[in-house]
Ligand binder design. Structure first.
Ligand SMILES: Cc1ncc(COP(=O)(O)O)c(C=O)c1O
Length: 474
């Protein structure tokens, strides 16, 4: 195979071919000292460090710079960066680069927890914007243009706006372009967590990428939808409002000084995969998807929903929660991305011509799973099927004030009107239901109870055994 169009992969391969003798870190010495299974040990022979000819992620001048330039050309950015700690570090860096202590930031309340961590670390003050309910997917989608307009009238000093696009479930906010224009008219940079959209660029049938809609900084988990290793991600900047040097500065501070060459090589490879993805590949992907849809829809009681992003499918079986469906699928060796009350979410492979077709016994396994589900007790779905739009809200206290306040654990039913000390995050998909500093509403109490009853898992300040959450003592 030729690696000419992957500068970093080529440099690593050439280095590897020399059979170099290692008197440098890492200590596994090309995997020789490792006790890992053979395939993993072999991969370690490429796990090197900043040696001559292999450049330096933090001051790229050679092959990493060439690889990042190719990335930037593909996505149409001013500059693009390789990230070795996921979109998580991208979200932290883009916020650090744009806001400081007590600055106001518009935040979509279904943002990933890394955005909330960034707010805590920077000390910025969040104005939480409620997203719209998407009845088709029974999930929260994007923020409405009208909410952004209203927020900017109420809070004219906002310093930045952060949006998630698309959502985990593949819902792409059709109003994002207008929202970006509205923010730009007031000189407010728009930061987009596009963790689930690194593949949008491969074909115009996918939703538009946020960068093409005018966003200033965009973060993408290449590992989620492109063939990159877990954690390998991209960050793109194209902005008159955000200084690229500040983003680079924070990435330098927040990322390891020993970034993994395996991760970086897989980013170079993923970029090349996306760049070389052609119409024939997309047609092949569509026929794979079509076949899967047809087969799944032939199973009685199974409902398959399509969303904006063709790489995602939602699978439901009438009368059963997604959690129960996920369990019986796993008994058949089929692993989904996540489950919620209503469905399981599948992330399809972005196949190219010549890649795998569907496993021959896949549909048989699906049928067995659904049969097992019908034998099991039906789980009553909660009556509350939608999330009414919550009013715009902000933290009742600054990050510093919250840090100083005493807290207590309180039964959920009694928590209405109190201020949550920490986030409460149903997991997956890792989106806070309660944000730190937020006053708990009746609606939030009801949703928490519903989710607990339905067997959801949580991270954050919720004690699932005693049904208590952590609130501050005012
Ligand atoms: C919307 C969103 N943003 C950011 C992240 C974090 O991405 P990573 O796992 O690449 O750090 C996730 C992870 O699931 C996510 O869903």
């Amino acid at each position: 195979m030729s690696y000419e169009d992957r500068p970093l992969v080529l440099a690593l391969e050439n280095f590897h071919k020399q059979q170099p003798i290692s008197f440098h870190v890492p200590g596994h010495k090309h995997g020789i000292l490792s006790g890992l299974p053979q395939a993993m040990q072999q991969a370690l022979s490429y796990d090197v460090t900043e040696l001559t000819g292999l450049d330096d992620l933090h001051q790229p001048k050679e092959v990493i710079l060439q690889a990042e330039k190719k990335l930037s050309r593909l996505y149409g950015s001013g500059r693009s960066f390789f990230l070795v700690n996921g979109s998580t570090v991208g979200n932290l860096a883009m916020l650090y680069a744009t806001v400081g202590k007590d600055d106001m930031v518009l935040v979509q309340r279904n943002a990933h927890k890394s955005v909330f961590h960034a707010l805590e670390l920077t000390g910025a003050q969040a104005i939480f914007l409620s997203p719209q309910w998407n009845e088709h997917t029974k999930t929260v989608g994007g923020v409405a243009r009208a909410s952004v307009k209203e927020a900017l009238m109420r809070y004219p000093n906002v310093k930045a706006a952060v949006f998630t696009y698309p959502t985990y479930y593949g819902v792409a906010n059709a109003e994002l372009e207008d929202i970006i224009s509205i923010c730009h008219e007031q000189g407010i940079p728009v930061l987009v967590d596009e963790a689930h959209g690194a593949h949008f660029v491969v074909n115009e049938s996918f939703p538009d990428s946020a960068l093409s809609l005018g966003a200033d900084v965009v973060v993408q988990s290449a590992h989620k939808t492109l063939p990159a290793m877990t954690m390998a991600s991209f960050l793109h900047v194209r902005s008159k409002l955000v200084k690229m040097e500040r983003v680079a500065h924070y990435l330098h501070m927040l990322q390891s000084s020993s970034p993994s060459y395996l991760l970086m090589a897989s980013l170079d490879d993923a970029r090349q995969y996306a760049e070389s993805y052609n119409e024939a590949d997309f047609a092949y992907f569509l026929s794979y998807r079509q076949q899967l849809l047809k087969e799944l829809r032939s199973i009685p009681d199974m409902d398959v929903l399509e969303v904006d992003d063709a790489l995602k499918l939602l699978i439901r079986v009438e009368g059963h929660t997604g959690f129960a469906l996920q369990e019986v699928l796993e008994q058949q060796g089929i692993y989904s991305e996540l489950a919620d009350l209503f469905q399981v979410l599948f992330v399809l492979p972005l196949v190219k011509v010549g890649h795998m077709g569907m496993p021959a016994d896949l549909i048989k396994k699906f049928r067995s799973a659904v049969d097992a589900l019908h034998i099991a007790d039906r789980t009553a779905l909660p009556q509350v099927l939608s999330l009414p739009t919550m009013p715009m809200s902000s933290s009742a206290y600054t990050v510093d004030q919250l840090r100083e306040m005493k807290a207590e654990w309180l039964g959920i039913e009694d928590a209405e009107g109190r201020v949550a000390l920490e986030a409460v995050v149903p997991y997956p998909p890792g989106i806070p239901l309660l944000c730190p500093g937020e006053r708990v509403t009746e609606e939030q109490v009801r949703q928490l109870i519903d989710l607990i009853e339905a067997g959801s898992r949580f991270q954050g300040a919720l004690d699932i055994k005693t049904n208590r959450i952590k609130v501050v003592i005012e």
